[in-house]
Structure formats: structure tokens, C-alpha cells
Write a protein that binds this ligand. Structure first.
Ligand SMILES: [Zn+2]
Length: 98
């Protein structure tokens, strides 16, 4: 799966975690906003976060907790593996198959 969107870049993959929506154990794709505006018709302003995760199983997008997002998003060391389902807020579901 490869997701590209204007203003977004792939930041890494999470550890195996339980998707709050579909309950599958997945490695979520972590996306970082470089524009701060939005992706997939989601307004980042509402969430005030920089990192999003996408469940590859069900296509749900989650906003990463602001504090966690700040730590993981700004560190040079890869801290996306510190993201867990407790840090995720469901945003919306997208259709991964177009
Ligand atoms: Zn899922």
C-alpha cells in the first residue's frame, strides 16, 4: 500500500498495535503533515496534530495524540514506534482500493 497526498509524507510505520476500529493487529503507516492544512479532506486544524496513522486493514485514519505527535514528529531518532492505540483518535475511514 502506498498513499501519497499533497503536503503529506510517509514518516514510518508503527509497532504492531491493535486498530481501535477493526481490532486487527497491524503496523500502521505513519504520515506527517508538512503543510499543516489537511489530507483526505480532513482538517488538521481541528485536531492540531502533525502525525496521522492509517490502518492498512480497514483504512481508518487516526490523529496521533498531540504530545506524542510532537515528540515523535520532531525527534531525529525514530520514535514512531512509541505510538500506541491509546494515542489514537479516530478521524475518518478512507477507501484504500480507490
Ligand atoms: Zn483497522
Amino acid at each position: 500500500m502506498k498513499i501519497t497526498a499533497d503536503g503529506m509524507k510517509q514518516f514510518g510505520n508503527s509497532e504492531l498495535l491493535c486498530c481501535p476500529q477493526c481490532k486487527n493487529m497491524v503496523n500502521m503507516q505513519v504520515l506527517k503533515s508538512s503543510s499543516g492544512f489537511g489530507v483526505f479532506n480532513v482538517s488538521l486544524v481541528d485536531y492540531q496534530v502533525e502525525l496521522f496513522t492509517i490502518c492498512p486493514a480497514c483504512g481508518s485514519i487516526f490523529a496521533v495524540d498531540k504530545s506524542r505527535s510532537k515528540e515523535a514528529g520532531h525527534s531525529k531518532s525514530n520514535k514512531v514506534n512509541t505510538i500506541s492505540e491509546a494515542h489514537l483518535t479516530f478521524v475518518k475511514r478512507i477507501n484504500l482500493n480507490g
